[in-house]
Design a binder for this molecule. Sequence first.
Ligand code: FE2
Length: 298
Amino acid sequence: MSESGDAAPATLAELISPLTESEFLDLLRRRELAYRPGSKGDRYAPFVGWAALRNMLASVTKARARNRVKVTKESDTIPPERWMTDGKVDPAKLDTFLAKGFSVVALRIEAYVPALAAVCNEIKTRLRERSFVGVIVTSGTGAGAFKVHFDPEDLVILQIEGTKRWQVFGPVVPNPLRDMPKQQLENPRPLLDEVLAPGDLLFVPGGHWHHCESGLSTSVHLGIFFFPPAGWHAINEAIHPLISDEMFRMPLSRLEGDANVATLEQEIKARAIEKIKSLQLHEFIARWHNGPIADAAD
Ligand SMILES: [Fe+2]
């Protein structure tokens, strides 16, 4: 809770204000970049500050921290051994790295913050999308956690403490997915250059290249990730059961003769087509939000 005793926003509508829900859903549908300065600077403060995050992280074990807690500067990541003590995250060591301009990144923090869990749950049940929350803490002027990159998920950024300069560049990678081939930013075109202050909201749709730098004081911001289903996920799920069919596990390099290769090719195609034809996109969309979330890279 904040000093004023205000509760954290626990619904999507409260979180995205001053945007209305229909404005936000429209931005989400169109994957359109949007910046909305907040009129109430401390409105996101009850979620989590650096002091509260320090306490949460202190109980996190090595196994749980894997892929979820990172200490990084411009995508240069410090191995966990250097910020853990006796198999647990050591907040004092994190402070030392923060003082050197590194960022602390913690993903999936909704597990520790009920108001964020409620928002993620609303995104899952109403929007039918997977969702999780990450927090990035940075101190020191000009420091950023990651080099210029894009995230495949749509991101609502909420600035909690301090300031952070966000630069967003095009050309945008349209409808990106985490498994797609690596992309390069060529002929960058500035789309946005703003210093976010506490209470500000920024919507960075998937595929928008970005870079962040913190201001003078410690900066804390949240990223709410929206992970929608795509046709690629549906096709993958539909054909995955074929691995249980021994025919799909035969070593192709050891088949004797072109005729055997041709026969197997026919059978493989027929069974794969049968699986793909059984795909029910409505059902896939309806159950997507209950599925696992791949650990996000950044
Ligand atoms: Fe990012």
